[in-house]
Design a protein around this ligand. Structure first.
Ligand code: ADP
Ligand code: ZN
Length: 721
């Protein structure tokens, strides 16, 4: 190769051609450094025929500067990047950035200098030096780390090195990850589990693309089943990727994996330190890291030899990325399996209608686990009609649920109250003048967080200390909290059961893996009687002594009513119900609702999953909504309201007239202002077969709008705000 086309990490600039200097050998996928104006930027050598590039004569090409010392991106990943950019109307560079998501990993340096004691005692022994040597002891670390441990200045440590009391050791910072052992502690599978596992193992052995829906009720042992497939991939020396919907679930998962395979898998999420990211990225690219568990961003990592992809809780909408590249990790995972030629397992107790439809038309293979493992029964579910058996004024827990909680506490069992609302109250107003606290940057109320004594916007993060006086009329102590959040429910629990030990579990309290681990530990140790939590506690956890679940407000998710509202409500309540009675003791679930007659609630109470899905699928089909038709949202935003409106109108006016496609809007978005930007939306509704991406690309590509205006396209949108 004497010329190389390079896809740059810089999204604003398309691929550029460079000259390959004499003596340098590159291949497609090589990660290189190139000149760009006065700067040096990272890019990847790409095939010539993939992007339109203005041709530049050989004599005008600038040379590649260097090749980075990491494996080239393999062809399947390059195709995945192209596909993702194409399907989600994103720039290939933006997708590439997700693959090269650790700049530290690209640095060549592989060792750092650490220090350790030699045993030699220097002749000049000051007090500080003695203290340092004592505290350092047999420890080895970076100069800075040792200084911290010893509580002395860097200079003291440096002096000890000079005096020969400490010596330098070159350390490989990319220490290999320990290998999971497929035979460490395999469980005895039940017959149904064994049959399911065999099918997955067979697919792993075949190393062919096939998507499986592992559809098992909560507690049926889906994890144990796909662990067998992982074990087999390990025996074949293949890599495995497991995607989880939230970081909070990672910690308990790591522990569970370690019990089965002897060591924890490699974790990948946004909470990693730079050095941890680097180590993981490089081990993934070299093939040394075998099992990687992560949030959706792990999907684009440069696996050397993937043999299995698992998406756990595959129905979760948090797999949809809502900013930057608007991809759906579940769908991209399937595409990655296709390109890598390996099986993909989607595990869920409440599969998405989109996924069920793929089973229906024969694209995905369904494997069912219809019963809980070990004879545990699914919980009994009962609705509480809040119009007929309401709690007293200012309270939120109905008497019937209170009585059930009493019984559970008397028996020494645990209860979980679920309300998908962080904070104390969703709205604060002034009793005196009616003033409501609204976010200055968003069309949203400020949510009171009493534990931290603040009002916070859950959209932009704006916070203010909770004032004593109304900012409008200056009346003191006139602010009232409207509606409940989890903190308020916890208050009520404390009044009802002063002896009970209550834990509030939300992203505010479980914000780190360590916090999550601590929560699991105290639950298992029986140090918590009642959990009050958001959707964060609805999935994944297995607490055998938890026997009662109360859904505080089942109607909450149905308000606003986007196309998936019923489905999401069903999934959420089925999942949280799935936390009850997972051990030997049977579980009981109470659903508080003002409309017990709605199909979702009735289906949950009657355990009529199939009936619910059939009706829901039918109504989607009638409306030609996904998966039968497709949507794309176009969101226009600007700090200037006029610019946003004008661009929205321009886009609306120029909408192409295409058979099988309708364009709705523009209309002000429900979240009309977000982070200070004024927003308008259009919704494109098209027949399944229509190539909407090309239509939208050409439509918007022909238009011009002010620089201050942002237009983003969300293909297969999940948020309609
Ligand atoms: P799911 O993911 O379907 O909700 P899990 O895989 O979490 O179910 O299994 C529920 C519980 O039952 C877990 O504690 C799990 O370890 C246990 N379990 C499932 N299958 C077996 C088995 N074959 N042997 C021992 N324990 C099992
Ligand atoms: Zn805000």
């Amino acid at each position: 190769m004497t010329r190389a086309r390079v896809l740059l990490l810089n999204a604003a600039i398309g691929p550029l051609d460079y000259r390959v200097p004499h003596g340098m050998t590159v291949e497609h996928g090589s990660i290189v450094v190139v000149p760009l104006g006065p700067r040096k930027v990272v890019g990847v050598v790409w095939e010539d025929d993939r992007f339109e590039v203005e041709t530049v004569g050989d004599n005008r090409l600038r040379p590649l500067l260097s090749i980075l010392d990491v494996p080239p991106l393999r062809a399947p990943l390059r195709r995945l990047i192209e596909w993702t950019a194409d399907y989600y109307l994103a720039s290939p560079a933006a997708v590439l950035r997700m693959a090269l998501s650790s700049s530290a990993a690209l640095e060549g340096e592989r060792t750092v200098t650490e220090y350790r004691a030699t045993g030699h005692v220097p002749s000049r022994l000051t007090e500080k030096r003695t203290q340092a040597l004592e505290r350092i002891g047999a420890r080895q670390g970076l100069l800075r780390e040792l200084a911290l441990v010893a509580d002395v200045s860097d200079a003291i440590v440096r002096g000890l090195v000079k005096a020969g009391a400490l010596e330098a050791v070159e350390v490989d910072i990319d220490t290999p990850f320990p290998a999971p052992d497929p035979d460490f502690a395999p469980p005895e599978l039940s017959d149904a589990q064994d049959a399911a596992a065999s099918e997955l193992v067979e697919a792993v052995r075949a190393q062919d693309f096939q998507t499986f829906l592992l559809d098992g009720v909560t507690g049926s042992g889906k994890t144990e089943v796909y662990f067998e497939a992982i074990a087999h991939a390990l025996r074949m020396d293949k890599q495995v990727l497991i995607l989880l919907p939230e970081i909070a679930l990672t910690e308990p998962f790591l522990q569970r994996f370690e019990k089965r395979f002897g060591v924890a898998p490699v974790a990948w999420h946004s909470g990693l330190r730079q050095s941890e990211r680097r180590r993981a990225w490089r081990a993934i690219a070299s093939g040394q890291a075998k099992v990687i568990v992560g949030a959706r961003s792990a999907l684009f990592l440069p696996y050397a030899d993937p043999g299995l992809i698992v998406v756990d809780e595959a129905h979760e909408t948090s797999f949809k990325q809502e900013d930057g590249v608007h991809y759906h990790a579940r769908d991209v995972a399937v595409m990655r399996g296709l390109l890598e030629k390996c099986p993909v397992v989607l595990a869920s107790a409440t599969p998405a209608i989109e996924t069920r439809q793929q089973v229906e038309i024969g694209r995905y293979r369904e494997i069912k686990l219809p019963t809980r493992f070990g004879g545990a029964q699914l919980p009994q579910i009962e609705a509480i009609d809040m119009t007929r058996e309401p709690p007293e004024r200012g309270r939120w827990i109905a008497p019937k649920l209170v009585r059930a909680m009493e019984t559970v506490l008397e028996k020494g069992e645990q209860a979980l109250l679920f309300l998908n609302r962080r904070g104390y109250a969703p709205l604060t107003l002034c009793r005196h003048c009616g003033y409501r606290f609204q976010c200055p940057n968003c069309t949203a109320w400020m949510v009171e967080h009493r534990l931290t004594r603040r009002l916070a916007c859950h959209h932009c993060g704006h916070v203010i200390p909770t004032p004593r006086a109304c900012p409008e009329c200056k009346e003191e102590d006139a602010l009232v909290a409207c509606g409940p959040g989890v903190e308020r429910i916890a208050d009520e629990v404390a009044q009802l059961f002063p002896q009970a030990r209550t834990a509030v579990v939300t992203s505010d309290t479980l914000w780190s893996p360590a916090k999550a681990a601590e929560f699991v530990r105290s639950m298992e140790a029986g140090e918590i009687d009642i959990i009050v939590g958001t959707q964060l506690v609805t999935k994944g956890y297995h607490f055998p002594n938890l026997t009662l679940v109360g859904v505080i407000d089942a109607d909450l998710g149905l308000e606003g009513g986007d196309l998936r509202a019923s489905e999401r409500t069903f999934q959420q309540i089925a999942q949280v119900s799935g936390r009850a009675g997972r051990g030997e003791k049977p579980g009981h679930v109470f659903i508080q609702t003002r409309s017990p007659g709605t199909p979702v609630i009735k289906a949950l109470v009657n355990g009529d999953t199939e009936g619910f899905y059939a009706a829901e699928t039918q109504s989607r089909r009638r409306a030609q909504a996904p998966p039968f038709g497709r949507f794309a949202a176009i969101v226009i935003s600007s700090e200037t309201p006029e610019d946003a409106l004008e661009t929205a109108r321009l886009i609306g006016r120029t909408a192409p007239d295409v058979e099988g496609m309708s364009v709705y809007g523009p209309a002000p978005a429900p979240l009309a202002i977000l982070r200070g930007r004024h927003r308008h939306r259009l919704l494109v509704h098209a027949q399944r077969a229509l190539d909407v991406q090309t239509i939208i690309r050409e439509w918007l590509g022909a238009l011009k709008w002010p620089k201050s205006t942002r237009v983003s396209v969300d293909v297969d949108p999940y948020s309609f705000l």
